[in-house]
Design a protein around this ligand. Structure first.
Ligand code: ADP
Ligand code: MG
Ligand code: MG
Length: 867
């Protein structure tokens, strides 16, 4: 099969074969945009290389043909003294991995062609600048020579001459640098720099194929869930030169602001420089406004192309461009990485601009990233009182506070001990990826909005401030200096990625809210989604939060959580410790008084939204004192002797409490507790009725495993309700449903449904019982199971489709065979997990219920599941 495609032969839909970069270079070529000529070695060539550990003969033959074609369109050949061919070799996988793999520029230069290039361009400085770059990149990528070695030489020569920037290096300096760079080659382990351009090319292709497996690429793939076996393509492209003089330059652009999403061309460029300089953050680049002033025509051309590409791809683009002697070239286009905020704004704006549909906008937002937008912000009042330490570029919004570390390794180590870490550096490189992942925020003193640090921070949704040039980091002394102020390793700082401001110390944060474009998007999601999104809430505060996030109601109130407040715990303990039903009466009255007030508040907040209340679930001994100190304290409070307390606690103790005396089993042995809860519900409902609000309570019974058990408990509940209705002469519409969390209940769901008005899957217990994993103890082996690939994911976080999912399907099918309209919800942890939600949508779940902060995530996921 064909393993090499000229740019003119490909298109944007071939990213699997040509990689993202290659496919888009082809697409731009075919759009008639100024793209330097070149060709792409396919990902299949990469697979072939991985398999045989060498470039195949067939590939080498195709390569010669491709080079010949390149000669025909460019008129240039390797080693020519008049028209020397110089090329770049650029990696590019199907999924973009910025800076993660390797690229080598200026291939084709050697001791002779460099002289020819100098003569031809009458620019010796340029020729040797290009050569020294090739020597450094080639040495690093192909032979693994450390970048530091090359940097050191450069820095020393700059220091000797007192230069502030690379731009001041003269042709003579660069020649000397070239000599010194070459001297790093030809040692024991490192061969001489290959003079033959073809050898350089072959070695570079090999190295790019190899780079797929380097450590930082592996870490990046793991972090971003990119498959290991995709492989990378290799692009071979004629060089154009941004370092050819003052009328040349190179830049990186976003067609919209990648941090905020604002519609404004956003670019940074460097005069007289080669591409890598901008991205590596070596020099802080200038804003595109300078280009607009100095080369208005270039700017206008570029802006037109940017708009054209954005319209063509129907998404914000990240572009790389180079200007050589006043001529513009495009070197890369891809959908730009952006912060969650920007992603939402851009998607909504594109809908308003008529470029994409609401459905497309919904599908473009990663539901998980929405939760990043709900993270706290610095409290405005606190901020107003602070002095700003220094300000950099607001590269990635958010509010972070943590302790400062200056190297990626130390940041990672500190984070592993549970610290909140801020990584502060002069600049970052792809090697720092693990430290960056571990950090709450990234701060650099150099680099622009498109520097590596900025791109990575945005990609991970973590806070980032870059180019805070008043900061000088002294890595040796483990400190940074900002305006004479010292920051030492471990000091607390606060970073505002939205403004670029830095503060000393730990600043207070406040809750974010859903507003603006996010709320527009979530409204679309609500109109689209077929499943409802409810919340698990036990307190009015939680419920209010969920209502702010537009929850449809409460899918689960765990009444026991209400009992853990000190005052209530006391009554609960008196109840459990009572000798008999008689002794339970007084504490039950107290508990009912408190619960009915809780229910009243939840119902009132809910208005006409529905609220499902689950009756008491946990084993009773959870409420009892656990150690001698507590026993003494409780004895003091209740007047019960410590001996009696100890006896009672021991009596209630179980070997396997999660499989023990809990849930509706308590209803059978202590019916007065459930009766009390039902009275509390009914009393709250009656009170609201008097106030003009009609509430239809939904009462949920936990842990049910059979129809007869459910029937028994239902009778208990209904007797109580009926008695109260008769007493108050009041007709109440209510439902009583089953928590589906026992495998037995699932497989007999047709029977259970006869006694139930609704089902709600408690996936935590159902998973626990299906696997036989104790939920509270899985920590000891689960990580290993996932690492070894025995489990694809933690089934308590993402539903186990094959096992638990199969039981759910059976339960749904059987339940609805009895009651076709049976409402069926999910209220476990996985109710807020996007991947699980996708599955629930396919099996006919009516609604999911999750914690308040997951509501917007679940809403979007449920819309995507519907689409
Ligand atoms: P990455 O995937 O890390 O962005 P690239 O392959 O895009 O690596 O190369 C990095 C930079 O090198 C590009 O942004 C571009 O500025 C420069 N570059 C690559 N190929 C060429 C070329 N043929 N001519 C001029 N500059 C190039
Ligand atoms: Mg690039
Ligand atoms: Mg449960």
């Amino acid at each position: 099969t064909k393993q090499i495609y000229a740019f003119s032969e490909g298109n944007m839909n071939m990213r699997g074969l040509l990689g993202g970069k290659g496919a888009n270079l082809a697409e731009m070529t075919n759009l008639g945009l100024p793209v330097p000529h070149g060709f792409t070695l396919t990902t299949e060539a990469c697979h072939d290389y991985q398999e045989h550990q060498k470039l195949s003969d067939a590939l080498l033959t195709e390569l010669d043909t491709a080079l010949d074609q390149l000669r025909q369109v460019t008129g240039k050949t390797f080693n020519s003294q008049t028209e020397p061919l110089l090329i770049s070799v650029r990696s590019g996988a199907a999924i973009s991995m910025p800076g993660m793999m390797d690229t080598i520029l200026n291939i084709g230069l050697n001791d002779e062609t460099v002289v020819a290039l100098a003569d031809l361009t009458h620019n010796e400085r340029f020729a040797y600048d290009s050569y020294r770059r090739l020597l450094a990149m080639f040495g690093n990528v192909v032979y693994g020579l450390s970048e530091d070695g090359f940097d050191q030489i450069l820095t020393t020569i700059k220091q000797q001459h007192g230069y502030a920037s690379d731009l001041e290096l003269t042709a003579e300096d660069l020649k000397q640098i070239v000599q010194q760079f070459k001297a790093l080659y030809g040692t024991d382990n490192v061969p001489e720099f290959p003079q033959a351009p073809k050898d350089q090319l072959l070695a570079a292709i090999n190295a790019v194929f190899e780079s797929w497996n380097n450590h930082r690429a592996q870490v990046y793939r793991k972090q971003n869930h990119i498959a290991e076996d995709l492989g990378t393509a290799v692009n071979v492209q004629e060089m154009v030169f941004g370092n050819a003089g003052e009328d040349s330059g190179t830049g990186v652009a976003f067609t919209r602001n990648p941090a905020t999403g604002e519609k404004q061309l956003f670019a940074e460029y460097l005069l007289n420089a080669q591409g890598e300089d901008v991205v590596a953050g070596i020099r802080t680049p200038q804003s595109i406004d300078v280009l607009k002033k100095e080369m208005p025509e270039m700017y206008a051309q570029f802006a037109t192309i940017a708009t054209k590409l954005e319209t063509h791809y129907r998404d914000m683009q990240d572009l790389e461009f180079t200007i050589e002697h006043g001529k513009l070239y495009l070197l890369q286009a891809r959908n730009g990485k952006r912060t969650p905020y920007a992603a939402v704004k851009i998607a909504v704006d594109l809908v308003h601009e008529g470029l994409i549909s609401e459905a497309e906008a919904l599908l473009r937002i990663n539901p998980e990233s929405v939760s990043a937008m709900l993270h706290p912000e610095f409290d405005p009042e606190t901020l107003a009182k602070q002095t700003v330490l220094t300000t950099g570029l607001p590269a990635s919004p958010g509010a972070a506070t943590g302790q400062v570390y200056f190297t990626a390794a130390e940041a990672k180590a500190a984070a592993e001990t549970g610290k909140q870490v801020i990584l502060m550096r002069q600049d970052t490189s792809p090697e720092d990826i693990e430290g960056m992942i571990a950090s709450k925020a990234i701060v650099t003193s150099r680099g622009g909005m498109t520097s590596h640090a900025a791109v990575v921070a945005r990609g991970m949704g973590s806070t980032g401030v870059v180019g805070a040039h008043e900061i000088t980091v002294d890595y040796q002394a483990k400190k940074a200096v900002v305006n004479h102020q010292e920051i030492h390793e471990g000091d607390w700082v606060s970073v505002n990625g939205t403004t670029g401001d830095l503060y000393l110390g730990q600043l207070a944060t406040s809750d974010a809210t859903v507003k603006g474009d996010l709320s527009t998007l979530l409204d679309w999601a609500k109109d689209t989604a077929s499943m409802g999104v409810y919340t698990n809430a036990d307190t009015p505060q939680d419920f209010q939060k969920a209502l702010d996030f537009d929850a449809d109601g409460i899918g689960l109130t765990r009444t026991e959580h209400m009992f853990f407040k000190p005052e209530r715990l006391l009554q609960m303990r008196r109840l459990i410790l009572a000798e008999d039903a008689e002794g339970r009466k007084a504490p039950l009255v107290e508990l009912q008084r408190m619960q009915q007030d809780d229910f009243y508040q939840l119902y009132k907040l809910a208005g006409d939204k529905s609220v499902t209340i689950r009756l008491l679930d946990p084993p009773l001994h959870e409420f009892l004192p656990h150690d001698e100190n507590e026993i003494q304290a409780v004895s003091h409070q209740t007047g019960i002797t410590p001996e009696r307390l100890r006896d009672r606690t021991n009596a209630l103790k179980e070997l396997n409490p999660m499989l023990g005396h809990r849930g509706d089993r308590l209803a059978v042995t202590f019916p007065d507790i459930y009766q009390m809860q039902v009275r509390a519900i009914m009393t709250a409902v009656l009170r609201l009725h008097d106030e003009g609000l009609e509430v239809h309570p939904h009462i949920m019974i936990p842990l049910t495993d059979s129809k007869s058990e459910m029937g028994w408990v239902r009778q208990l509940v209904e007797d109580q309700l009926t008695a109260m209705m008769a007493d108050q002469d009041f007709k109440l519409a209510y439902t009583v449903g089953t928590m589906m969390e026992m495998p037995r209940a699932c497989v007999t769901a047709d029977q259970v449904a006869e006694a139930s008005d609704f089902f709600s899957f408690g996936t935590n217990d159902l998973t626990q019982l299906t696997f036989g994993y104790s939920r509270d103890d899985v920590g000891s082996f689960m990580p290993e199971y996932i690492k070894q690939g025995i489990l694809p994911a933690d089934p308590f976080q993402t539903v186990d489709v094959e096992g638990v999912g199969a039981l759910m399907k059976i339960a749904i099918e059987k339940g609805r065979s009895t009651k076709p309209e049976l409402p069926i919800g999910v209220c476990g942890e996985v109710g807020g997990d996007p991947a699980s939600i996708g599955f629930f949508n396919t099996i006919g779940i009516t609604y999911v219920s999750c914690s308040p902060y997951r509501v917007p995530v679940a809403r979007l996921a449920s819309a995507q599941a519907t689409l």
